[in-house]
Design a protein around this ligand. Structure first.
Ligand code: HEC
Ligand code: HEC
Ligand code: HEC
Ligand code: HEC
Ligand code: HEC
Ligand code: HEC
Ligand code: HEC
Ligand code: HEC
Ligand code: HEC
Ligand code: HEC
Ligand code: HEC
Length: 419
C-alpha cells in the first residue's frame, strides 16, 4: 500500500513539473513573437515608402505601447496574417488590421453610422476605428490624454469637419458652423475651465452611432433634441416637457420649439452673454420668429403679431432703446414652463398677474394688471383701443389727403396765374 501511494505521489509531482514547464514553454513562445517583432521595429530609422512616395515610419515605441489599453495583447493579435510565421523578414505588404474580432459591439454600431456606411462602400475619406482612436498607443477613455477624451476628441472631429475640401465635397454644413462650437458656453467650458462634464461632439452626436442626416434618428429630426440635452439638463427638461411647447412636440407638432430653436446648436451661450439668442435684448426676436409669423399663429389659433404689439407697448419701446431691465417675453411668460393664459399655472393667468408684474412693479394690484398687455387692436379684443386706433387712422389719412389737395390746388393756381 505504502509503495503504491509513493509512486502515485511521484507521478503527480512529475505531472505538475510537466504542466509548469509546458506553460513556461507556451509563455516563451507567446512572448517571443512580440520580442521578435520588437527586435526590428524598435529601430527608429526603420521606414518604408508608401505608394504615393511618402515616408512611413515603422517604429513602434515600446514604452508608449506598454501604457496602452492593448499592452497585454500581442502584435500578431492585430497583425493577424503574421500569426505562426517563423521566418523573417516577413512579406512586405500586410493585411489591414481588423478591430472587429474583439470589439464586435462597437463595430456593428459603426457599420450603421454615417461614417461606417460610406466607408464600407469604399470611400477612403471616412474615419475608421484607427482614424479616431489611433493605432498602437490607444489609452483608456477616462485618460485625459486619450484621443477620444472630451478634451482631445474635438481635434479628431474638426480635422475633417473643418477641412474645407471635405466639407465642400460632401456638402456638409460650413466650417464656420462647426467652429462656432469652440466659442459656445460648452466649448469654452472645456477649453478654458477644463470642465469635462460639459458637452462635446460625441455627447450630442454620439460616437459610433452618428446617423446620416436623412435618418429619423439624426439630430436634424427635432424630436430627438430634448432627450440629448436632458442627459445633463434634467431639471430644465422636466419643466419644458410640461410646457405648451414641450407638450406640442410630444404630440408631433413640429412647429413648436425644442431647446435648439431658442438656444441655437453650436452657438449656445449663457443668457448673460449679449450675443446669446436668450439674452434679454434678443429674447423678443427669438420668440417672434414664430409668434409674429402670420401663417403659424393662424394655424394654431393663437394670438398673433406678438412682436409688433410688444414693440408698441411701453416695455417694448424701452427695450428698443436698449433698456434691458424692462420686461421681455420671458419676464412675463417664463421660458421653459410657458403655458397659455387659460391654464391656472400660467404666469399670465389673470390670478397670477399681480405676482408676475409685481416682480418689477412692487405692490402691483389686480387692477394694475387689468389692462390688456399686448393685443392686436381688433374689435373683439379691445373695443376702446380699436376705435381710438381707427379714429387715428382715418383722421390722419383725411388730413394727408386734404394737405396734398391743398398743395395741388395752390400749384395749379400759381401756374395758371403765370400764363
Ligand atoms: C527582421 C526584421 C523584422 C521583423 C522580425 C519583423 N518585421 Fe515587420 N517589417 C520589417 C520591415 C523591413 C518592414 C518593411 C517592409 C517593406 O519594405 O515594405 C516591415 C513592415 C511591417 C509592417 C508594415 C506592413 C505594411 O503593409 O506596410 C507591419 C504591420 C509589421 N512589419 C509588423 C510586424 C510584426 C507584427 C512583427 C512580429 C510578428 C514583425 N513585423 C517582425 C522588418 C521586420
Ligand atoms: C490594437 C491593435 C494593434 C496592435 C496590438 C499592434 N498593432 Fe501595429 N498597427 C495597428 C494598426 C491599426 C495599424 C495601421 C495599419 C492598418 O490599419 O493595418 C498598424 C500598423 C503597424 C505598422 C506599420 C506602420 C504604421 O504605424 O502604420 C507597424 C510596423 C506595426 N503596426 C507594428 C506593430 C508591432 C511591432 C506591434 C507589437 C508591439 C503592433 N504593431 C501591435 C494595430 C495594432
Ligand atoms: C468618428 C470617430 C470614431 C470612430 C470611427 C470610432 N470610434 Fe470608438 N469612440 C469614439 C469616441 C468619441 C469614443 C468615446 C465615447 C464616449 O466617451 O462617449 C469612443 C469609444 C470607444 C470605445 C470605448 C467604449 C465605448 O464604447 O465607449 C471602444 C472600445 C471603441 N470606441 C472602439 C472602436 C472601434 C472598434 C471602432 C471601429 C469599428 C471605433 N471605435 C470607431 C470615436 C470613434
Ligand atoms: C485581440 C483583441 C483586441 C483587438 C484586435 C483590439 N482590441 Fe481594443 N481592447 C481589447 C481589450 C481586451 C481591451 C480592454 C483593456 C482593458 O480593459 O484593460 C481593449 C480596449 C480598447 C479600448 C479602450 C476602451 C475603454 O473602455 O476605454 C479602445 C478604444 C480600443 N480597445 C480600440 C481598439 C481599436 C481601435 C482596435 C483596432 C485597431 C482594437 N481595439 C483592437 C482587445 C482588442
Ligand atoms: C476622417 C474624416 C472624418 C472624421 C475624423 C470625422 N468625420 Fe464626420 N463625416 C465625415 C464625412 C466625409 C462625412 C459625410 C459622409 C457622407 O455624407 O456620406 C461625415 C458626416 C458626419 C455627420 C453627418 C453630417 C450629415 O450632414 O449627414 C456628423 C454629424 C458627423 N460626421 C460628426 C462627426 C463627429 C462628431 C466626429 C468626431 C467624433 C466626426 N464626425 C469625425 C468625415 C469625418
Ligand atoms: C450641445 C450639443 C452639440 C454639440 C456639443 C455639438 N453639436 Fe453638432 N449639432 C448639434 C445639433 C442640435 C445640430 C443640428 C441638427 C440640425 O438641425 O441640422 C448639429 C449639427 C451638426 C452637423 C451637421 C449635421 C447634422 O446632423 O445636422 C455636424 C457635421 C456637426 N454638428 C458636427 C459637430 C462637431 C464636429 C462637434 C464638435 C466640435 C459638434 N457637432 C458639437 C448639436 C451639437
Ligand atoms: C421657448 C424658448 C426656450 C426653449 C424651448 C428652451 N429654452 Fe432654455 N432658456 C430660454 C430662455 C429665454 C432662457 C434665459 C432665461 C434667463 O436667464 O433670462 C433659458 C435658459 C436656459 C438655461 C440656463 C438657465 C437655467 O434655467 O438653467 C439652460 C441650461 C437652458 N435654458 C437649457 C434648455 C434646454 C436643455 C432646453 C430643452 C429641454 C431648453 N433650454 C429649451 C428659452 C428656452
Ligand atoms: C454632457 C453634458 C451636456 C449636454 C449633453 C448639454 N449640456 Fe448644456 N451645459 C453643460 C454644462 C456642464 C454647462 C455649464 C458650463 C459652464 O458653466 O461653463 C452647460 C451650459 C449650458 C447653457 C448655459 C447656462 C447658463 O449658465 O446660462 C445652456 C443654455 C445650455 N447648456 C443648453 C444646452 C442645450 C440646448 C443642449 C442640447 C442641445 C445642451 N446644453 C447639452 C452640459 C451639457
Ligand atoms: C419654433 C417656433 C416657436 C418659438 C421659437 C416660440 N414659440 Fe411659443 N408657440 C409655438 C407654437 C407652434 C405654439 C402652439 C402650440 C399648440 O397650440 O399646441 C406656441 C404656443 C405658445 C403660447 C401659448 C399660446 C396659446 O394661447 O395657447 C405662448 C404663451 C407662447 N408660445 C409663448 C412663447 C414665448 C414667450 C417664446 C419665447 C421665449 C416662444 N413662445 C417661442 C411656437 C413657438
Ligand atoms: C409685460 C408682460 C408681457 C410681456 C413683456 C409679453 N407678454 Fe405676451 N402676454 C402677456 C399677457 C398678460 C398675456 C395675456 C393676454 C393679454 O392680456 O394681453 C399675453 C399673451 C400672449 C400670447 C397669447 C397667449 C395666451 O394664452 O393668451 C402670446 C403668444 C404671447 N403673449 C407672446 C409674447 C411674446 C412673443 C412676447 C415678446 C415679444 C410677449 N408675449 C411679451 C404678458 C406679456
Ligand atoms: C422685468 C421687469 C418688469 C416686469 C415683469 C413688468 N414690468 Fe412693467 N415696466 C418695467 C420697467 C423697467 C418699466 C419702465 C419703462 C420705461 O422706462 O419707460 C415698466 C413700465 C410699465 C408701465 C408704464 C408706466 C410705468 O409705470 O412706468 C406699465 C403700465 C407697466 N410697466 C405695466 C406692467 C404690467 C401690467 C406688467 C405685468 C403683466 C409688467 N409691467 C411687468 C419692468 C417690468
Amino acid at each position: 500500500m505504502e509503495k503504491v501511494s509513493m509512486s502515485r505521489k511521484t507521478a503527480l509531482i512529475f505531472f505538475l513539473v510537466f504542466l509548469i514547464s509546458f506553460a513556461a514553454f507556451l509563455y516563451q513562445a507567446w512572448s517571443q513573437t512580440n520580442e521578435e517583432c520588437i527586435g526590428c521595429h524598435e529601430d527608429k530609422s526603420l521606414a518604408k515608402k508608401s505608394a504615393s512616395g511618402e515616408e512611413i515610419s515603422l517604429f513602434v515605441d515600446q514604452k508608449e505601447f506598454a501604457r496602452s489599453v492593448h499592452k497585454k495583447i500581442n502584435c500578431i493579435d492585430c497583425h493577424a496574417d503574421l500569426k505562426g510565421i517563423k521566418e523573417f523578414p516577413h512579406k512586405e505588404t500586410l493585411m489591414k488590421v481588423e478591430c472587429k474580432g474583439c470589439h464586435e459591439k462597437e463595430y456593428s454600431t459603426y457599420t450603421q453610422s454615417v461614417h461606417g456606411k460610406a466607408f464600407l462602400k469604399g470611400d477612403k475619406n471616412l474615419p475608421t476605428c484607427a482614424t479616431c482612436h489611433g493605432k498602437h498607443y490607444i489609452l483608456c477613455a477616462t485618460d485625459p490624454e486619450c484621443s477620444t477624451s472630451p478634451i482631445k476628441q474635438i481635434k479628431v472631429c474638426t480635422k475633417c469637419h473643418e477641412d474645407r475640401k471635405i466639407v465642400a465635397k460632401y456638402n456638409l454644413p460650413g466650417v464656420d458652423f462647426i467652429k462656432s462650437y469652440e466659442k459656445s458656453i460648452h466649448g469654452r467650458a472645456i477649453a478654458e475651465k477644463g470642465l469635462v462634464v460639459s458637452a462635446v461632439c460625441s455627447d450630442c452626436h454620439g460616437s459610433h452611432e452618428i446617423k446620416p442626416i436623412d435618418d429619423p434618428g439624426s439630430l436634424k429630426n427635432k424630436v430627438n433634441i430634448p432627450a440629448v440635452c436632458s442627459k445633463c439638463h434634467k431639471s430644465v427638461y422636466a419643466e419644458y416637457s410640461q410646457s405648451i411647447h414641450g407638450q406640442a412636440i410630444a404630440k408631433g407638432i413640429m412647429d413648436s420649439p425644442v431647446c435648439t430653436d431658442c438656444h441655437g446648436e453650436h452657438t449656445i451661450a449663457a443668457s448673460s452673454d449679449p450675443t446669446s439668442k436668450v439674452s434679454p435684448k434678443n429674447i423678443p426676436k427669438t420668440c417672434s420668429r414664430c409668434h409674429a409669423d402670420v401663417k403659424l399663429t393662424e394655424k394654431y389659433g393663437i394670438p398673433g403679431a406678438r412682436y409688433q404689439t410688444y414693440l408698441d407697448s411701453y416695455h417694448g419701446m424701452a427695450s428698443k432703446f436698449g433698456e434691458t431691465i424692462v420686461a421681455n417675453c420671458a419676464s412675463c411668460h417664463g421660458f421653459h414652463g410657458i403655458l397659455p393664459s387659460s391654464d391656472p399655472r400660467s404666469l399670465i393667468n389673470k390670478a397670477n398677474l399681480p405676482e408676475t408684474c409685481g416682480k418689477c412693479h412692487p405692490g402691483a394690484t389686480k387692477k394694475f394688471a387689468l389692462g390688456k398687455i399686448h393685443v392686436e387692436a381688433t374689435k373683439e379684443s379691445s373695443l376702446g383701443k380699436y376705435y381710438v386706433r381707427q379714429f387715428y387712422i382715418w383722421f390722419i389719412s383725411i388730413l394727408v389727403v386734404c394737405f396734398v389737395s391743398y398743395v395741388g390746388l395752390e400749384m395749379y393756381g400759381y401756374l395758371r396765374g403765370r400764363k
